[in-house]
Design a protein around this ligand. Sequence first.
Ligand code: NAP
Length: 349
Amino acid sequence: MRCIIHDGEAGLGGVKLAERDVPEPGAGELRVKLRAAALNHRDIWTVLGRTPDEPAVILGSDGAGVIDALGPRVEARVEARVEAKVEAKLGQEVVINPGLGWLCKNDAPPEPGYPGLVLGYPDDGTLAEYVVIPAGNVAPKPRHLSWEEAAALPLVGLTTYRALFTMGGLKAGDWVVIPGIGAGTSIQALIFAKAMGARVAATSRSPEKLEKAKGFGADAVFPSDSAWADRLRELTGGLGADLVIESVGKATWDQSLACLRLGGRLVVFGSTSGDLVELDLVSVFIRWISIIGTTMGSAEEFAEMMAFSNAHGIRPVVDRVFPLEEGVEALRYLDGATQFGKVVVKIAD
Ligand SMILES: NC(=O)c1ccc[n+]([C@@H]2O[C@H](COP(=O)([O-])OP(=O)(O)OC[C@H]3O[C@@H](n4cnc5c(N)ncnc54)[C@H](OP(=O)(O)O)[C@@H]3O)[C@@H](O)[C@H]2O)c1
């Protein structure tokens, strides 16, 4: 089968199109014949962080396709995981949950034993014609989505669903601020928040992306380099935002904290522009601020996210589709950060 691997030198220079044997599912696993996959910033962190002595890996966490083989004992595994409402039948059209080994909705993954793994490194991922995954890691493909849209939903959908609702407690009428709206996660957070009936403020370095965000329902938009925390406070009658969804990191951190209301919450799951920030502790405790870290989410939240998406007819935003043969160009395009929404790789018709 054709696939996009990372091998050898660290960085995008080590990404290449390759041929591999079609993998066979083991006990409790199934195989998906992929129709589309989607990229995430994680793919870039992965290739930057790998060393030349590591074995080659097929990249990609997100995908959608058709179940074409079941390993032994799949039925028993699926039955034991009914809480995740798993469907695993031959010929079933599915989307893939990229989170491995975290079943139930908790403040944090269960310890001990949680491997904290995500499909696409160290396990082979979805930028391939076939992928083998645990049988519990699929959900029926929403009928209202194209293959490209279905592939774009899982990772950003799970991450932002947990960040907004499980950890952020977002309710209808709340103000949520989403810095860096060009990110795949950010635009998905905007769409979910509007479906919940919340009010959304977005920031971006790009005027075009701010215009597009308005088209997706953003109630207020601000250039990233403006004094947007002050403007948000004015807009909310001096109160500030109920929630901030942070994934930009250093570049927006100070204003993200400053724009919160007393008792507001900042949920952080990424730091694209830099990990290290200065924190004025007084401004945190004297304003009763909560800073909450999270990562993608559990199988239970994945099922909730899919149900929410089906109920609200949620469509992820696809910026651009590349054929599998151009997977390397697709990653370079994502690295350039000009996208608005998801970069998708089409694998088969
Ligand atoms: N922990 C988890 O489970 C998890 C899950 C998903 C994502 N993440 C992380 O979340 C982050 C977002 O990921 P993604 O794939 O959705 O998007 P992405 O491709 O990393 O996009 C990041 C966005 O941040 C903004 N940005 C980047 N550098 C900036 C700077 N110097 N100043 C101001 N804004 C800047 C840009 O928005 P504008 O172009 O609009 O300015 C850009 O589009 C990544 O760090 C990713 O690793 C973590």
